[in-house]
Design a protein around this ligand. Structure first.
Ligand code: ZN
Length: 406
């Protein structure tokens, strides 16, 4: 008889193993063996076998290929995924193509919906009645929505730094918002809720951060499947805005599964985009040897890209770059804030963190050409604090008084 796994892992779901050292996971706190070395590594379920599937008929979304997910049972869904590919003008001088995969078109306006749909199904399969997240915003709003869809309670540990529109979204969707003083306090509060009450964690709560719930993160593989279906082997580079690398490593796993099944010849180059105020991946790759890269730490500084910024790289984020001949770019605020305005003037209103990725992708395509995909992770309506103050439109209002309306 197998011994029951300690909570909150459940025997209803496949076991998780550390991709770095192979140690089986006992909880969602990351690999305990790697943590003793100061390295945050997230155990994962076995890769899916996609052989026999047809990429051309992939329906899109995390539930598009149910057998690619670690969770059986009824999907929890709000229609996430199948997001648009939006081509950006580059001018006549460029030989490349730049496309934004617009994840702001997901139900709660961010890429997190791909993960939370699967994570909530995992919570239901595990018998949870309450899910908990520690989040600067997008993950919290998404968790609240999908918990409501699944009939679960959602507790959100945040800080006062969460932008007002996101607070309103979390509250409206029924998330129980607990405001903590700072990032470390909210992480500690989530950890205590998991250990004392058995609440089901959908984000990470230990240091160094290993990344979020590994079952939920499998939902991100669908972004790679959609890109491969839409562009095939034409993709040269995919640029992902990154802090802990849940999206990045999920996309990398999705591409790797496609390659293993013969559905794609090679994993495209993966490039991370970070704000230069807190860019542990760019700092890590400045060291020549991997042992040093794994143990990199930088001071945390806030930036206008509020949902990005970390102190340490996760191991799986580094592994995604190592496995694709990838690299990490750190962008200054003036560059990505200007990018955000340029995109908005063209009708594409992105969160500042997403503009970091488009900035990096624009640099990359100018220097290297090819088809470059930037993942635009969230809509700009959540994050209006970094925008220029309005003024001109208001000043024009009195002019309207002289018009004759018919
Ligand atoms: Zn490990």
């Amino acid at each position: 008889m197998p011994q029951p796994l300690p909570q909150p892992l459940s025997q209803a779901l496949p076991p998780l193993y550390c991709p770095r050292c192979g140690t089986p996971a006992r909880d969602f706190a990351g690999c305990a063996a790697c943590r003793t070395e100061g390295i945050g590594a997230n155990p994962v379920p076995p890769p899916a076998d996609l052989s026999g599937l047809s990429l051309a008929s992939f329906p899109g979304g995390p539930w598009g290929w149910p057998t690619a997910l670690p969770v059986a049972g009824p999907p929890v869904t709000l229609g996430e995924g199948s997001t648009p590919n939006i081509r950006l003008p580059l001018g006549d001088s460029s030989q490349g193509e730049l496309v934004v995969k617009y994840e702001g078109a997901n139900p709660t306006g961010s890429h997190k919906d791909r993960a939370m749909a699967v994570g909530m199904a995992a919570a239901v399969a595990s018998g949870a009645d309450t899910v908990a997240v520690s989040s600067s915003g997008n993950a919290a709003a998404s968790a609240a929505a999908y918990a409501g869809r699944a009939g679960l309670r959602c507790v959100v540990f945040t800080t006062p730094a969460v932008p007002g529109p996101l607070r309103a979204q979390i509250d409206a969707l029924g998330g129980v918002r607990v405001v903590c003083g700072d990032h470390d306090t909210r992480q500690a509060a989530l950890r205590e809720s998991v250990e004392r009450f058995g609440w089901y964690p959908l984000t990470s709560y230990t240091a160094p951060s290993p990344g979020g719930n590994s079952y939920a993160n499998e939902g991100y593989k669908s972004l790679a499947y959609e890109l491969a279906r839409d562009f095939g082997d034409r993709i040269s580079t995919v640029v992902v805005p990154t802090s802990r690398g849940d999206l990045l490593s999920g996309v990398a796993r999705g591409f790797a599964e496609l390659c293993a099944a013969g559905l794609l010849p090679a994993v495209p180059r993966l490039v991370t985009a970070e704000p230069d105020a807190a860019a542990p991946l760019a700092a890590a790759l400045s060291h020549p040897d991997r042992a040093r890269q794994e143990r990199t730490s930088v001071p945390y500084r806030r930036s206008p890209a509020f949902s990005l910024g970390e102190r340490t790289p996760t191991w799986q984020a580094l592994n995604a770059l190592w496995g694709s001949d990838g690299t990490a770019l750190a962008l200054p605020a003036e560059e990505y804030l200007a990018e955000r305005q340029t995109l908005a003037a063209q009708g594409l209103f992105l969160e500042t963190s997403s503009a970091v990725a488009v900035s990096a992708a624009r640099r990359w395509v100018r220097e290297h050409g090819g088809l470059v995909i930037a993942v635009g992770t969230a809509t700009g309506v959540k994050d209006t604090a970094a925008l220029p103050a309005p003024g001109e439109a208001v000043e024009r209002v009195p002019e309207l008084a002289g018009l004759t309306l018919r």
